[in-house]
Write a protein that binds this ligand. Structure first.
Ligand code: ADP
Length: 285
């Protein structure tokens, strides 16, 4: 479904990520982990053709992203759902309308313009609302919902697109632990029941470990770990979280002792205390 051979990506001529050799198959649930500024969002955005490809071969579905036309890019994007930390809902619309709007890009223009949904489309919209457990909120305005509920609406809207691929950029970073768990469970359902391939940036290592069939660790401008949670060992974590991508300053080794996967979350918290030294951008926890 996705194939990168020696790909380099960047915003200028200098690559942010390079030597990317990734094959992602249909049905995988991929979690991308790494420090803030490592390039997780860049990698995710590149999948919808938003980042310059500076070298290599980059294929998504049947499309070669190096030479894709605008028309084909629009077609590709209509098959990819994207959910963000900030939800991107239309606040004044109710839950059902927000969800149904995910179908607009697939509908004939004359119906899309007046949001004329057919019986089958409404049935599906209701099913997606049930999938995310929000059917009792169908007519509630989206801005009256909690953060976790809004993210669930955003997921149902992405599902309404009937995507082949769902991309999630830090989908639970702004949520409390219980809401975060619910959202991760829903992503798992979408992956398992609907067969949608999911690729998600995750700040919390424990979530990546629990929910993802495959983890990509980014550091030093490339993928330094590619495997299952079981294969992720301390030295991998040390490499992923142990240095910054940009200034390459070493973290104080005496202060940090990664004993287990959950210790890595502790590591992120400690790094946040030192963010002036370690972060180019504020961490999005
Ligand atoms: P992450 O998602 O892991 O926090 P990003 O992909 O956002 O990392 O950023 C990787 C690098 O690319 C950082 O150095 C960041 O400053 C840079 N970067 C991100 N977005 C842009 C942009 N729009 N223009 C130029 N540089 C950017």
């Amino acid at each position: 479904m996705i194939r990168m051979d020696n790909v380099a990506l960047g915003y200028t001529k200098t690559p942010v990520l390079k030597d990317l050799n990734l094959h992602i198959e249909k049905g995988e649930f991929v979690g991308i982990i790494g420090l803030s500024g490592a390039g997780k969002s860049t990698l995710l955005s590149s999948l919808i053709g938003n980042i310059s490809i500076l070298g290599g071969r980059y294929q998504v579905g049947e499309y070669d992203l190096r030479v894709i036309s605008k028309k084909k890019l629009t077609r590709l994007r209509s098959r990819i759902g994207f959910i963000f930390q900030g939800y991107n809902l239309v606040n004044r619309l109710n839950v059902l309308h927000n969800i149904m709007s995910g179908m607009l890009s697939r509908m004939p223009l004359h119906r899309a313009m007046i949001k004329w949904y057919g019986k089958e489309e409404l049935r599906k919209g209701y099913e997606y609302m049930q999938t995310v457990g929000l059917e009792q909120y169908a007519l509630q305005r989206s801005d009256a919902l909690s953060g976790g509920q809004r993210q669930r609406v955003a997921i149902a809207r992405a599902l309404a697109q009937e995507p082949d691929l769902l991309l999630a950029d830090e989908p639970v970073a702004a949520l409390d632990p219980i809401s975060a768990e619910q959202v991760m469970e829903i992503l798992r359902t979408i992956n398992n029941q609907y067969g949608v391939t999911v690729v998600s940036n995750l700040h919390h290592l424990d979530f990546a470990k629990e929910y993802c069939s495959r983890i990509l660790g980014i550091a030093e401008g490339t993928v330094v770990f590619d495997g299952s949670a079981d294969e992720l060992i301390t030295s991998d974590l040390d490499r992923i979280y142990g240095t910054t991508t940009h200034d390459n300053k070493s973290i104080d080794r005496k202060e940090i002792d990664i004993q287990s996967l959950s210790d890595a979350d502790e590591l992120i918290l400690r790094q946040k205390k030192h963010k002036d030294q370690l972060y180019i951008e504020p961490a999005a926890v």
